[in-house]
Design a protein around this ligand. Structure first.
Ligand code: PLP
Length: 349
């Protein structure tokens, strides 16, 4: 079964990690205009040349190195189907869909649990290299910034790891939270055993538009991904709207991203400090969400009580490999909403 946040209407939703300031107006207006003009009556351009050029322009990368996808989800599937590894080595805790995908492609899935040191998770590149030795033909999957912990592994550490793994393993880096964390990431880097997955879902708060992409300097892998993707994998409205705004409103959108990450950093610090004062263990995070530990209350009981008593939805985190029924993930939302959450959690502390 797929377990994600969201899915309950009419609640204050802290279970989904989207930009609290999104979506940007310029994108919403363009989507509305395309809808009014009936863009959905036509097929999109099946080669997505204009869209790829727009994404490349927005991120200052070579358009020959990317494929446009239906969200990061499709990029992850296409990458793994193309690489056809015998095994996935997933640095955990992390996003749950990788395990599901490994089943789908008939690959083994090994979790490499990050150790908890001094109340925080620690990424150890040497352990990754050691594990790969024993696996043979692995794809190493790293969510960076990590979901659900918010941990960021610096670019230099990952580039060095990629060099060490060259010829032995691929590195699939899921960077869907990069922009909101002010993290530059590995897109644009000439690392030919690396596939980077990005999305516009989180940064612009548009999970319903479904636009993501994969970046890799490996032309062989990109050709395979292009060959197996569904012909019209991105709808006309998203294709037309993004193609325009990523180019014409590039500066405005990057200013929006910077404003969003500053806002998130401030609110995250406030939220973290209020919750630690209440006795919750708050893991250090650079992302737009926080992972909490609360050994005195079960996370499902906590979610249900918050829903019933306050109409607030949080994400029990026990479904993330290596976490427990005493972990919960919360998104950083707008200040007044975060204050409501703190008041609600005060009663459970
Ligand atoms: C780490 C991670 N990767 C991928 C996705 C899926 O992103 P998209 O909505 O762009 O498919 C999510 C969504 O929650 C996520 O947290």
């Amino acid at each position: 079964m797929r377990v994600h946040g969201g899915g309950i209407e009419g609640v204050l939703d802290f279970s989904v990690n989207a930009n609290p300031l999104g979506p940007p107006k310029v994108l919403e207006e363009e989507v509305a205009r395309r809808f009014r003009d009936g863009a959905y009556r036509s097929y999109p351009d099946s080669n997505y040349e204009g869209l790829k050029a727009a994404i490349a322009h927005f991120h200052d990368v070579d358009e020959e190195h990317l494929i446009a996808c239906n969200g990061a989800s499709e990029a992850l599937s296409l990458a793994l189907i193309s690489l056809k590894p015998k095994n996935l080595l997933v640095v955990s805790p992390s996003y749950g869909d990788y395990g599901l995908l490994s089943e789908g492609i008939g690959a083994g899935c090994k979790h490499l649990a990050m150790r908890e040191v001094d109340g925080g998770f620690e990424f150890d590149a040497e352990r990754v290299v050691d594990e790969v030795e024993g696996l043979g033909g692995a794809v190493v999957v790293i969510t960076n910034p990590n979901n659900p912990t918010g941990l960021v592994v610096e670019e230099a550490v990952l580039s060095k790891l990629a060099e060490e793994l060259r010829g032995r393993a691929w590195l699939l880096v899921d960077e869907v939270y990069a922009e909101l964390s002010g993290y530059k990431g590995l897109i644009g880097r000439e690392l030919d055993n690396v596939i980077v997955v990005r999305s516009f879902t989180k940064v612009f708060g548009v999970p319903g538009l479904r636009l993501g992409f994969a970046y890799t300097p490996s032309r062989r892998v990109l050709r395979r991904m292009e060959a197996i993707r569904p012909t019209w994998n991105i709808g006309t409205i998203a294709e037309m709207a993004f193609r325009k705004v990523l180019v014409e409103a590039k500066d405005e959108l990057w200013e929006f991203v910077r404003r969003s990450s500053r806002y998130i950093a401030e609110e995250r610090a406030k939220l973290a400090s209020s919750l630690s004062n209440l006795g919750y263990h708050v893991y250090e995070s650079r992302a737009n969400f926080l992972l909490l530990k609360h050994p005195w209350i079960d996370s499902i009981a906590l979610r249900d009580e918050l829903l019933r008593e306050h109409g607030i939805h949080v994400r029990p985190a026990h479904t993330f490999h290596g976490l427990t029924r005493f972990h919960t993930r919360i998104a950083v939302r707008r200040r007044e909403e975060n204050e409501l959450l703190v008041r609600a959690l005060a009663g459970k502390g």
